[in-house]
Design a binder for this molecule. Structure first.
Ligand SMILES: [Mg+2]
Length: 275
């Protein structure tokens, strides 16, 4: 179903662009001919993915299996549309330059919230996409744990070997079926980790997915994405096509809702909190 939603989304964008440029007149979205094209494309994507997957090395197979909560879902599509068309992310708490700027003491004081536990996103938040977690971020998680703050992972990727260092620290990793931005996922991730949603924050880079925690958990801290070049050869076809779009949508939502938002605590506020 992910492919269907994604291709429908592409066709919608295509139609919108044509409408704006006026290069096609009198066209109707989802004509019989276009539906045929959709189903042909779906077949192509499935065949290509099957062949592509069979030819991958073992580690790449492991990578593909990690991604089974990813993809374009109706929920993500609707949330993207809402955020871009003007819905606000009222209720978010912070927009930080990096994960290590998430200073529990400072944020408790600046927001007057309890902040007893956190759920952290992985890709582009504590690790470059599909890459190992940098030592500085592992040390920051360890610091939070030793400070008495519960730490869990809620990523749309599942079962990642690169999370082993976090598991060894005792960090709980959500392995359920609900993908962000589903509110059920945030609540279930809390329940699995033994956290109270009323004192738990989400830390993530993406207003469209991670931002679903706003109004569900006690707090939401966004961080600027770690955004190095991606090795496209390591991605499935679906991911290679969807990644630029999802990053583009994330960039638009970030620009509209987080940049220059005076109500959010920033890294500057955190660093100068004691002054
Ligand atoms: Mg992320």
């Amino acid at each position: 179903m992910d492919e269907l939603f994604f291709i429908l989304f592409l066709l919608l964008i295509f139609d919108l662009l044509h409408s704006i440029t006026g290069s096609v007149s009198g066209h109707t979205f989802l004509t019989g001919g276009r539906l045929c094209v959709i189903f042909r494309l779906l077949g192509f994507v499935k065949i290509y993915n099957k062949n592509h997957m069979e030819s991958r090395r073992e580690d790449d197979m492991a990578l593909s299996q990690e991604t089974d909560r990813e993809g374009v879902s109706l929920e993500k599509f609707l949330r993207s549309a809402k955020l871009i068309l003007g819905d606000k992310i009222d209720g978010a708490d912070a927009f930080l330059d990096r994960f290590t700027d998430f200073d529990v003491e400072a944020l408790r004081d600046l927001t007057r919230k309890r902040l007893l536990s956190v759920l952290v996103d992985v890709d582009d938040c504590i690790a470059p996409i599909y890459s190992a977690i940098p030592d500085a971020n592992l040390a920051h998680v360890e610091g939070m744990l030793s400070f008495g703050v519960g730490v869990g992972v809620y990523s749309n990727c599942k079962g990642m070997d690169r999370l082993a260092p976090l598991r060894e620290m005792g960090v709980q990793i959500y392995s359920g079926k609900f993908a962000k931005p589903s509110s059920k996922g945030f609540l279930e991730a809390c329940a699995n980790a033994g956290f109270d949603p009323r004192s738990t924050w989400m830390i993530g880079d993406n207003p469209i997915t991670d931002g679903g925690a706003v109004g569900v958990l006690e707090g939401m801290a966004f961080v600027r994405p770690i955004d190095p070049p991606v090795e496209m050869g390591r991605l499935t076809l679906r991911k290679a096509i969807s990644l630029p779009f999802s990053r583009c949508l994330r960039g638009i939502a970030t620009g509209l809702h987080l940049e220059d938002n005076d109500r959010l605590v920033t890294s500057y506020d955190v660093h100068n909190w004691r002054d």
